[in-house]
Design a protein around this ligand. Structure first.
Ligand code: 4NP
Length: 161
């Protein structure tokens, strides 16, 4: 089993969208018994809340329901439990690295490292319009394909996936 954790600032816009979109891609690839997915935020402001309604609507328009997700905060133990801990932007990554225990062997990086795109970061859509949420979905969909390819490659090397 490969475990993937998506991280953003609040865990109400980008990372729950990534959790929903990537899980959909995992199911379509028939890998749901081999990959698990979760998301969290580096901040605690929105803990316990459902995703932002704009993120819910945008995902649902692509057939992905994220209404059941609830925000939680990143903790040091996440770096021991997950194989991939993937941030949305460089600020997230800096906060993540500050929490990563020295004993953690998790791959800690940016989600868009797995996309063949010029963009390095998934920008925060919280203070913008609906088009920001569409952009977030497009970026995450592109990276999901690459991330599944990476996990398949890991699994082949470990004879597990
Ligand atoms: P997220 O977006 O990090 O993609 O969940 C944000 C949500 C809330 C805030 C900032 C970003 N906020 O400042 O409350």
């Amino acid at each position: 089993m490969k475990r993937v954790l998506f991280v953003c600032l609040g865990n109400i816009c980008r990372s729950p969208t990534a959790e929903g979109v990537f899980w959909h891609a995992v199911e379509e690839a028939g890998l749901n018994r081999h990959i698990s997915v979760d998301s969290c935020g580096v901040g605690d402001w929105h803990v316990g809340k459902a995703p932002d309604s704009r993120a819910q609507v945008a995902a649902l328009q692509r057939g992905i329901d994220i209404s059941h997700l609830r925000a939680r905060q990143l903790s040091a133990s996440d770096f021991l439990e997950f194989d991939y801990v993937l941030g949305m932007d460089r600020d997230n990554l800096e906060a993540m690295r500050a929490l990563q225990p020295s004993t953690s062997r998790a791959h800690v990086g940016l989600l868009l490292d797995f996309a063949d795109l010029p963009d390095a970061e998934v920008p925060d859509p919280y203070y913008g319009g609906d088009e920001g949420f569409e952009h977030v979905l497009n970026l995450i969909e592109a990276a999901s394909t690459g991330l599944i390819a990476q996990l398949r490659n890991d699994g082949l090397r470990n004879d597990r996936l």
